[in-house]
Ligand binder design. Structure first.
Ligand SMILES: Nc1nc2c(c(=O)[nH]1)N[C@H]1C(S)=C(S)[C@@H](COP(=O)(O)OP(=O)(O)OC[C@H]3O[C@@H](n4cnc5c(=O)[nH]c(N)nc54)[C@H](O)[C@@H]3O)O[C@H]1N2
Ligand SMILES: Nc1nc2c(c(=O)[nH]1)N[C@H]1C(S)=C(S)[C@@H](COP(=O)(O)OP(=O)(O)OC[C@H]3O[C@@H](n4cnc5c(=O)[nH]c(N)nc54)[C@H](O)[C@@H]3O)O[C@H]1N2
Ligand SMILES: [Mo]
Length: 677
């Protein structure tokens, strides 16, 4: 029977700043095709190559469609199908036994950013709060950046990228816009046509250099020194907006006294950028009327990440750019808060007392192997995350997941490296198979999208699965009795201070599924306790901002791990066309560093430190800072030549502020792999 094909709209659920709009063609049973939504206020009809393949992903024959129970060794990938009833009974009886015999803190959950819509992302937290299980510190991405930014401007919103068109100079500071902020790339192309300058400050400049007028290569983790030296030059040349800094800021006079030491020569030693180039950059920045800095998260993933972002935020304020349209800082939180009351879903109040144990996601390996001063976890529930691929200390994570006395449940769509270690796998739904609300983290938009097709096979959404497990645990709280649709309506109808002014008409748009462009922040209405921004912040352990070094290490080369344009963290790894385009697991090296080690483009190399040895294919370029190497993309273990990926080289150390990942802050040695036999 031929069925009518019609078009629906939805929102991309993945972890990008834009939350792009999608059109979906469907016959009501299957998704046929996706395209860009021309009416979406941010993506305006653009859609990345990955999401053009969404139909292939959702219809993939590799999808997990029934609950599965392990039938072989941990990690072997051998499973047999079981019913949902069997799965839920087994899971909840194990948990009840553990709670009784070992206490609830023997159980932990792990979710991160597999799905970014609010109900599906956060619903798991409520179940484990109710259980009294370990709490998870979710700082795998940009929490050091958030911390550094907030330590200067509190909850003040930064620039929405749509405001950038009014800027007259752009510093793209550690962001591969062409891959990770795709809708903004067109704005740079347009700006350059208008004769405006785009300057890139990068460790690994190759992907973005073609879109910029100039690329400045910097040593990893040293951006704070560059920001300080730029402020030294600005202050020395009367280019600091002193009336603005005195009226809106706190501590300028004292900070200025410290700037004398931060000369371009001083910063040149640290950053590897010639002193003259630092002076020229500062003067070019200082003479612009409304310069903007588009800050990625790369430079925050270091032991000094929060301080680095703090210094760059102060630099963005230094010439008064924030008071002019298009001037200031972009890439942090443009709304300054949330349009939805996320606690409606997270429900921290369901915890009867403070958690006995808290686990930082970056140190999951310690919790799984019992090296954090607690007994090793006895059960782990994973949903919307793939820690075996995306979290630091990969060998420690795998060692922990292999433990026979760990009961692991993974709610997944595909047989990921984490799922392979599960005792029970539950089949997860895709975004088009569930209803949810969305807010972009890099733009001022809020949106909602209703289920378009029923979940394939026996897949269930995170919410439906959480509610089912809660019921089987015997939890009778009203919260877990709600339907997905009820929660969806509640979130739309519960205003936060940032969405309180929505009209009835606008709420109706959301209830039906749609997107709203929200007002840009008032950038000089500083949302701090003192209503002014902090150059010196008396509430911090280190009130005076200054240069701090990152963790580093004793090996010669600094390893950074950067996103691939063809995958999204570990999503799309299973999609054959994306995997083909991405190619083999490469490590990008500076041509001179490679030559000094007898390494040529395409050679097999071994990259090692005290944690692990990982095999890559070398790719050489002059557009990476000397002394740095970059691992591009997150690979499945069976896609890596040596069975481990770059995350095995990442120490689980935390950042200075924000307790965040420091995945870019690791040292390694690289040698040519000797082919034997
Ligand atoms: N195609 C694609 N898109 C993605 C993702 C993906 O994996 N693929 N990931 C998504 C996620 S989870 C996030 S958080 C976002 C944004 O993710 P971000 O992490 O902001 O990603 P990038 O924009 O690549 O910015 C990181 C850049 O910082 C650079 N860098 C590293 N260390 C330093 C340093 O010390 N100094 C300087 N100046 N630069 C440095 C890297 O070379 C890299 O180009 O992207 C999202 N979008
Ligand atoms: N080497 C390296 N490591 C990185 C990064 C990097 O660039 N390089 N990026 C880092 C960053 S910025 C981030 S944010 C983290 C991300 O780390 P994670 O949050 O662990 O994200 P992913 O690895 O993409 O895994 C997400 C999983 O969620 C599943 N999923 C998607 N939708 C749903 C759903 O609705 N329900 C359920 N149950 N599952 C779903 C997907 O199939 C996928 O397997 O990784 C970090 N780690
Ligand atoms: Mo991220």
């Amino acid at each position: 029977m031929l069925m009518d094909i019609y078009t629906k709209k939805t929102i991309c659920p993945y972890d990008c700043p834009a939350s792009c709009g999608l059109t979906v063609q469907t016959d009501g049973r299957r998704i046929q095709k996706t395209g860009g939504d021309k009416a979406h206020p941010v993506s305006r009809g653009l859609l990345c190559g990955k999401m053009r393949r969404y139909a292939d992903e959702i219809n993939s024959k590799d999808r997990i469609l029934t609950p599965l129970k392990r039938s072989g060794g941990k990690g072997s990938g051998s499973f047999i199908p079981i019913s949902w009833e069997e799965a839920v009974t087994e899971i909840t009886s194990r948990w009840k036994g553990l709670i009784k015999n070992e206490g609830p803190s023997s159980i932990a959950y792990c979710y991160y950013s597999g799905v970014m819509s609010i109900i599906q992302r956060h619903c798991v937290q409520a179940l484990f709060a109710r259980m009294g299980a370990c709490e998870l510190v979710k700082t795998l991405c940009a929490s050091a950046k958030g911390d550094g930014y907030a330590s200067v401007v509190g909850d003040t919103g930064c620039l929405d990228p749509r405001e950038l068109k009014n800027s007259d100079l752009y510093l793209v500071w550690g962001s591969n816009v062409s891959a990770t902020r795709f809708p903004t790339l067109a704005d740079f192309t347009q700006a350059r046509k208008e004769g405006k300058r785009v300057i890139l400050i990068e460790v690994y400049a190759e992907p973005m250099a073609p879109y910029c007028d100039e690329a400045i290569l910097i040593r990893p983790g040293t951006d704070g020194a560059l920001a300080l030296a730029m402020m030294h030059v600005l202050a020395a040349n009367d280019l600091a907006d002193e009336p603005f800094l005195a009226e809106y800021g706190l501590g300028y006079a004292r900070f200025k006294e410290t700037l004398g030491a931060y000369t371009p020569q001083w910063a040149a030693e640290i950053t590897g950028i010639p002193a003259q180039a630092i002076t020229d950059l500062a003067l070019c920045y200082g003479k612009a009327s409304a310069p903007s800095i588009l800050l990625g998260s790369g430079c925050s993933r270091y032991g000094n990440g929060s301080m680095t972002v703090r210094l760059i935020t102060i630099l963005s304020l230094f010439t008064g750019a924030w008071k002019r349209p298009g001037g200031g800082l972009c890439g942090c939180t443009p709304s300054g808060g949330s349009y939805f009351d996320v606690n409606t879903v997270k429900r921290p109040d369901l915890r009867s007392r403070r958690p006995e144990r808290t686990i930082n996601i970056n140190q999951l390996s310690h919790a799984l192997t019992g090296t954090d001063g607690h007994p090793p976890l006895k059960s782990l529930y994973v949903a919307g995350s793939n820690p075996a691929n995306s979290v630091s200390d990969q060998k420690g994570i795998l060692e922990g997941l292999k433990r026979e006395d760990l009961f692991t449940v993974v709610h997944e769509r595909f047989m990921t490296d984490t799922a392979r270690y599960a005792d029970i796998i539950l089949p997860a739904a895709f975004s088009a198979e569930q209803s949810d609300v969305y807010e972009a983290y890099g733009y001022c938009t809020m949106a909602a999208a209703k289920k378009i097709v029923e979940p394939a096979g026996e897949a269930k959404s995170n919410w439906d699965t959480t509610a089912l497990l809660a019921k089987a645990m015997g939890y009778t709280d009203d919260h877990f009795r709600q339907t997905e649709e009820e929660l969806y309506e509640k979130l739309i109808l519960t205003p936060t201070p940032l969405s309180a002014f929505l009209t009835e008409e606008e709420r109706k748009t959301l209830l039906q599924g749609g997107v709203l462009s929200m007002p840009f922040a008032r950038h000089t209405d500083f949302q701090t306790p003192d209503k002014r921004f902090y150059i010196v912040n008396p509430r911090l352990p280190e009130p005076m901002p200054h240069y701090t070094a990152c963790h580093g290490g004793s090996e010669e080369l600094s390893l950074i791990s950067v996103p691939s344009r063809h995958t999204l963290n570990s999503i799309f790894q299973a999609e054959k066309e994306q995997a083909r385009k991405r190619g083999s697991m490469t490590l990008v090296m500076n041509t001179t560093d490679a030559a000094a080690r007898g390494i040529k483009d395409g050679d097999p190399i071994l990259c090692k430190n005290d944690l692990a040895e990982v095999e890559f294919t070398a790719q050489t370029t002059d557009l990476i800072a000397g002394g740095a190497v970059a691992a591009v993309g997150v690979y499945r273990l069976d896609q890596s030549p040596g069975g481990l990926t770059c995350n095995a080289l990442h120490h689980p150390r935390l950042s200075d502020g924000g307790n965040a990942t420091t995945m870019n802050d690791n040292k390694v040695q690289c040698v040519l792999k000797k082919i034997t036999g």
